[in-house]
Design a protein around this ligand. Structure first.
Ligand SMILES: [Zn+2]
Length: 469
């Protein structure tokens, strides 16, 4: 990682902790292997992302319904989905230092494995070294390691009670396909959306909240009509529609499109169920990596869940001529935590404050107002003037019925502004002596730092318009 990039990551991790966005998990015990806890501001940001996503893709669309399914499912689900057999990573251990690595993270590993298999000699400088102790030739042959978390259901700890924490939310949608059809009368094409936690026992978690073993997903399974036998790629128009939807979501939440690469994942690198996958790669400080994914899962999941359960999961269209079938599925899959990370990276800025002659600099988190933890902060100009405090409290209590609003009466106004800029609060509202007479207040804009006076009675519609725009 280049020095500037590393600095930016360190800065974001430090900032996230200092201002209450994200704390190291179990910190008082020294943490736990790259687990993280969302703090008072982090939970607001995260909830705002999830609510916006839900509003856009469920509430405002006719062709979508939501679900919230269990994390622990019947293990037969994972047998049918192929996760028990196929959801594994090649794990490599070093003979010297006993560290374990994911094989594809080791430079030159694939070539080395190939040369061992084909018995072709490899130049000594091409034999991969252990990334930890640098010993050459100390890496053992890779073993497949299943990424699902195991636990036991009930009091006995044997194989008959083994269950798994779901590695994706998707299967909850597939196994409820019939329930949704029976209760909602949706006709194809339509989608099922879900937000929830998923768990993967990653060999090497890291890069802050980018790769964690417990994470949250926002997923859609979009069921489409049977492909036209004359036109193999009739699923393409739906796939393209979702690719465009995902890019417009990315833009709308405030990620610059020029930081995104849409990568068409080649065959052999795609998940076992996918016939086409687009990865939306974001330029993280540690390199380009997956932010979101879009996959064409074909009819793989419904077909296999039907075969394993014996329950009919086919779709029967109103057209009586048409035989029932498993509708193919397109899956837009979005990581919540990765969205948080990308947004912090995009929004974090250090800049000179043009409004002061001293050239003071400020940190400002330029989040979209809709996503900002607090929509506004209310200040009485002076904390020791009861009439100012009383009026400011009234304004504060009125606004918080509609928005998350911060209260601050400490120190000077300039410091309070900077403190709110740093956490992304788009509007600061100050109650001063003029307010007592004229029943108006000052609203200061986070980005332009311009101030305007607004009647208290106009404040709520004013903010509503600004924030929901
Ligand atoms: Zn080693």
């Amino acid at each position: 990682m280049a020095k500037d990039s590393q600095n930016l990551m360190e800065k974001i991790v430090g900032f996230a902790k200092r201002r209450g966005f994200i704390f190291p998990g179990s910190e008082i015990y020294g943490g736990l292997a790259n687990t993280w806890d969302y703090g008072p501001l982090g939970v607001e940001l995260k909830n705002n992302i999830k609510q916006l996503w839900w509003k856009r893709f469920v509430q405002e669309r006719d062709d979508m319904v939501g679900l919230d399914t269990a994390i622990i499912m019947n293990p037969k689900v994972w047998e049918a989905s192929g996760h028990l057999k196929g959801f594994s990573d090649p794990l490599v251990e070093c003979r010297e230092c006993h560290q374990r690595f994911k094989a594809d993270e080791i430079k030159g590993f694939a070539a080395w494995v190939k040369s061992v298999k084909t018995k072709a000699a490899l130049a000594p400088d091409k034999i991969p070294a252990c990334p930890n102790c640098n010993t050459i030739g100390s890496l053992m042959k890779p073993k497949m390691f299943n990424l699902m978390f195991k636990t036991f259901l009930g009091p006995s700890e044997d194989s008959s009670s083994t269950v798994y924490l779901r590695p994706e939310t998707a299967q909850g949608m597939f196994v409820n396909f019939k329930n949704v059809l029976d209760t909602t009368r949706k006709t194809l094409p339509f989608g099922i959306a879900q937000i929830g936690k998923a768990f993967r026992n990653e060999i090497t978690p890291g890069n802050f909240i980018f790769r964690t073993r417990e994470f949250e997903q926002m997923e859609i399974e979009y069921f489409i009509p049977e492909p036209d036998p004359e036109n193999e790629a009739s699923w393409r128009k739906y796939f393209d529609m979702w690719q465009m939807e995902m890019m417009s979501w990315i833009r709308d939440i405030g990620i610059r499109p020029e930081k995104i690469v849409e990568h068409d994942v080649p065959e052999g690198e795609r998940a076992h169920y996918s016939k086409k996958t687009i990865d939306f790669l974001y330029e993280f400080p540690f390199g380009q990596d997956e932010l979101y994914g879009l996959a064409y899962r074909t009819d793989f999941d419904l077909k296999n869940q039907e075969k394993a359960s014996g329950v009919n999961l086919k779709y029967k269209s109103a057209n009586k001529e048409e035989a029932p079938y498993w509708p193919p599925t397109i899956e837009p899959s979005l990581g919540v935590d990765r969205t948080v990370l990308a947004l912090l990276l995009e929004a974090y800025a250090e800049e000179k404050d043009p409004s002061t002659k001293l050239g003071a600099s400020r940190v400002v988190l330029k989040l979209k107002p809709q996503l900002a933890p607090y929509k506004a902060a209310v200040f009485p100009l002076l904390a020791n003037k009861p009439e100012l405090v009383a009026l400011a409290k009234n304004v504060y209590n009125d606004l918080r019925k509609d928005f998350m609003v911060a209260w601050d009466d400490r120190g000077n106004i300039g410091k309070r502004y900077y403190s709110q800029d740093e956490i992304g609060t788009p509007y600061c509202i100050t109650v001063d002596f003029e307010s007592l007479e004229k029943k108006d207040i000052t609203v200061r804009d986070r980005d332009t730092m311009k101030q305007e006076r607004i009647k208290i009675s106009d404040l709520l519609p004013y903010l509503r318009e600004k924030i929901c725009a």
